[in-house]
Design a binder for this molecule. Structure first.
Ligand SMILES: *[C@@H]1O[C@H](CO)[C@@H](O)[C@H](O)[C@H]1NC(C)=O
Ligand SMILES: *[C@@H]1O[C@H](CO)[C@@H](O)[C@H](O)[C@H]1NC(C)=O
Ligand SMILES: *[C@@H]1O[C@H](CO)[C@@H](O)[C@H](O)[C@H]1NC(C)=O
Ligand SMILES: *[C@@H]1O[C@H](CO)[C@@H](O)[C@H](O)[C@H]1NC(C)=O
Length: 446
């Protein structure tokens, strides 16, 4: 019902800060020739569109939820992902992973790739190109109250920070292939190269699906079969200082997904196995990105990519790296006084989003623009008519105006009361019961 409310209020006036949202939606094993093999795996607490949940509220986790910068109080995992439990372990099980094999962690780009340079999208303004960097960390000693600042210190050698974990991968958010089905120039160009279809319908229809992005890692060779292993997906998408006139000090913006995999010795490598339960949004991609074994990122140092004062004040970072790459904070910044980026070697320049036509950002009227959200709602019968994995209904809270204090409403969204607190694994867990009609619509920003 809330969605029809959104549809009715299709024209929204809001500040030019739109909450982002991306989270890991599924995990696949990738064999040596790049094919997805074996069964699907899912993050902790995962629930998809088509279930009785709002995936944007259940799965999305923004850090910091309030304020501009992270500190040592920020917990890494969303409350529904702090314990190693699946929301429904039968429908959304853990991935079974083989030491030394590659893994793809798939997620929707939600416009942070495909809407770059379009007048419709302000979200990516002042942000690193390629959508920033995704850091993937692994540990066999997860903590329920894991802190973001501790995990950011973990390094490839396993010696960073408190030494409990290791940095497994550093990937650009944009994997070079993914797109939303939103008709933007980028989406159209990418769809022509890699059309995307519903599960089991490859080549049919006109490729109405979007193609999720993926992060790629090699699963640790020394992982122990028979044990669980925890992965943290940390998307660093910070705003550097001195670019956004409304946030002259810059702003931290992280999104995380926390998940466990079960380590197995051998792998029944049935090619592109079918999941027991398909979600209505499942796409039919059969192979990873071409560079799955050799992913890189424009900026690769999570500590240097951090904007706030936490690491720069403490000056000690993993591997003896000085935190000198952290930008100095301009004291009297202004729209006409944008400092050069030369103090941040390796940090990409923000994408130059085209003007939205209103010309309001930074021209002295308070930075308020009018964003028109065009909402397409298509209601179909349950379990019928797949929609895009990438398409996500934006809850009303995300459209709430935000002010220059950096307050983000989405991260504050309360957990639905219908999700039970689960205390044990494995085995089937009770499903949330929410008396809501399944939503099969799609909501696009246009
Ligand atoms: C695996 O290797 C990493 C370093 O790459 C180390 O931190 C970790 O403790 C090792 N794990 C096991 C189970 O030996
Ligand atoms: C890659 O591996 C998959 C799964 O084993 C197989 O079906 C496919 O034919 C292989 N492709 C090539 C080009 O070898
Ligand atoms: C510096 O590190 C200490 C110990 O980890 C932490 O408690 C403190 O908050 C940090 N200070 C700053 C300014 O980041
Ligand atoms: C912005 O939000 C903060 C936190 O809610 C509030 O304290 C502040 O007054 C707001 N500022 C403006 C200009 O609305």
């Amino acid at each position: 019902m809330r969605y029809t409310t959104i549809a009715a209020a299709a024209a929204l006036a809001c500040a030019p800060f739109t909450a982002a949202h991306s989270w890991v939606q599924q995990l696949r094993n990738v064999n040596n020739n790049g094919s997805y093999v074996g069964n699907w795996g899912y993050p902790r607490g995962y629930c998809a569109k088509g279930d009785s949940c709002d995936p944007g509220i259940i799965n999305n986790f923004l850090i910091p939820a309030t304020g501009l910068f992270i500190d040592d109080s920020n917990v890494l995992c969303k409350d529904s992902q702090q314990k190693a439990v699946q929301e429904d372990a039968v429908k959304y099980p853990r991935l079974q992973a083989v030491p030394g094999m590659h893994i793809a962690l798939r997620y929707s780009e939600n416009g942070h790739v495909s809407l770059n340079g379009t007048p419709q999208e302000d979200t990516n303004k002042f942000k690193p190109s390629k959508g920033g960097t995704v850091f993937i960390y692994g540990t066999t000693e997860p903590k329920e109250d894991e802190k973001l600042v501790n995990v950011l210190k973990w390094n490839k050698e396993g010696g960073g920070g408190d030494g409990r974990g290791v940095l497994l991968g550093t990937n650009d958010f944009d994997d070079g292939r993914c797109y939303e089905n939103n008709n933007s120039p980028i989406a159209k160009a990418r769809a022509a190269l890699d059309p995307s279809y519903a599960l089991g319908q490859t080549g049919e229809g006109n490729g109405e699906f979007g193609l999720p992005c993926e992060s790629n890692i090699e699963f640790p060779k020394n992982a122990t079969a028979g044990k669980p292993y925890t992965l943290y997906w940390v998307w660093q998408w910070n705003t550097p200082p001195g670019l956004d006139p409304n946030r002259p000090l810059g702003k931290d913006e992280y999104y995380t997904s926390c998940m466990d995999v079960d380590v197995v010795d051998t792998f029944s490598a049935e090619a592109n196995a079918k999941p027991k339960y398909t979600t209505p949004q499942q796409d039919d991609a059969s192979a990873a990105v071409k560079d799955f074994a050799d992913r890189t990122a424009i900026y690769t140092n999570a500590i240097k990519g951090e904007i706030g004062p936490y690491f720069s004040k403490n000056q000690t970072t993993p591997g003896g790296l000085p935190a000198s790459g952290t930008p100095s904070i301009p004291m009297t910044p202004g729209p006409t006084d944008i400092p050069p980026m030369s103090s941040r070697p390796g940090l990409p320049q923000p994408s130059q989003g085209a003007s939205d036509g209103s010309g309001n950002i930074g021209n002295g009227n308070g930075g308020v623009v009018t964003v028109t959200d065009v909402v397409y709602v298509t209601v179909t019968a349950p379990n019928n008519g797949p929609t895009t994995l990438a398409t996500v209904a934006i809850p009303t809270s995300e459209a709430a105006p935000q002010n220059s204090s950096g307050v983000q409403s989405v991260g504050n969204a309360p957990n639905p009361t219908g999700i039970p607190q689960l205390s044990q694994r494995p085995g089937r867990q009770p499903q949330a019961t929410v008396n809501a009609a399944p939503f099969r619509g799609r909501l696009r920003r246009a």
